[in-house]
Design a protein around this ligand. Sequence first.
Ligand SMILES: Nc1nc2c(ncn2[C@@H]2O[C@H](COP(=O)(O)OP(=O)(O)OP(=O)(O)O)[C@@H](O)[C@H]2O)c(=O)[nH]1
Ligand SMILES: [Mg+2]
Length: 232
Amino acid sequence: MIRGKSITLVIPAHNEEAGLPHVLRQVPVEVDQVIVVDNCSTDGTSRVAADFGCRVVKQPLKGYGHAYQAGFGAVESDLIVTADADGTYPVDRISSLVEILLKEQLDFISCSRKPDDHARNLNNIMRFTGNFVLSAFTMLIYWHYIRDSQSGMWVFRREVLDRIRLTSGGMAFSEELKIEVWSLGDMKCREVDIPFSYSERMGKAKINLWRDGFRNLVFLFAKRLGIPMTRA
Ligand SMILES: Nc1nc2c(ncn2[C@@H]2O[C@H](COP(=O)(O)OP(=O)(O)OP(=O)(O)O)[C@@H](O)[C@H]2O)c(=O)[nH]1
Ligand SMILES: [Mg+2]
């Protein structure tokens, strides 16, 4: 709870028993509830989450978007914060991010990832390039400035969800959420830089860079044209 506002952290997790303990140990005391959405894990993800006192929501459908749709549906608090289960997002910064939201009377913060390591391997170069291309297309198609359209750390007021319609079941959920919030027209949004470490992901990556990158790009156009693409 910060300034009378209750806070829920929602974490999508598919086979993340390796990363979850690291993430959950860093959650600040101000966070009232942690919801771990376990979609189709075959490892100890649910057990680890329960051991840490998290609420476990089971999602029988695979996909990043499906995980968030189930998790958001279970939230009862005033504010929602999100992060991956792999240790890449600075969960220990949640309190200061919430302070920014409340102090500046914002509705929605999307965190923009600033790499705090300098691993110049091919995988990271592809990620940067992919993120850059997708953010550029997002700006062109939706005419809204954004540095990191693919970021998965957001801080926002729960009531925002009552006014938007989220359809993506996959990785495109991240860009769809931002686009939906902008499209309301009366939301106070901001991007806040966060330190981020691409090279320190714990556990196995679930994303497929080429497949998901391409789907996310197609999703941007399809959404603009009003074509439903729930699998992306
Ligand atoms: N890709 C993917 N992620 C899922 C799914 N279900 C839950 N997740 C979780 O969503 C989060 C994002 O997936 P990641 O594999 O970390 O994707 P990413 O952050 O774009 O890629 P990395 O840089 O490798 O971490 C993780 O916490 C996953 O466990 C799913 O079906 N697919
Ligand atoms: Mg990740």
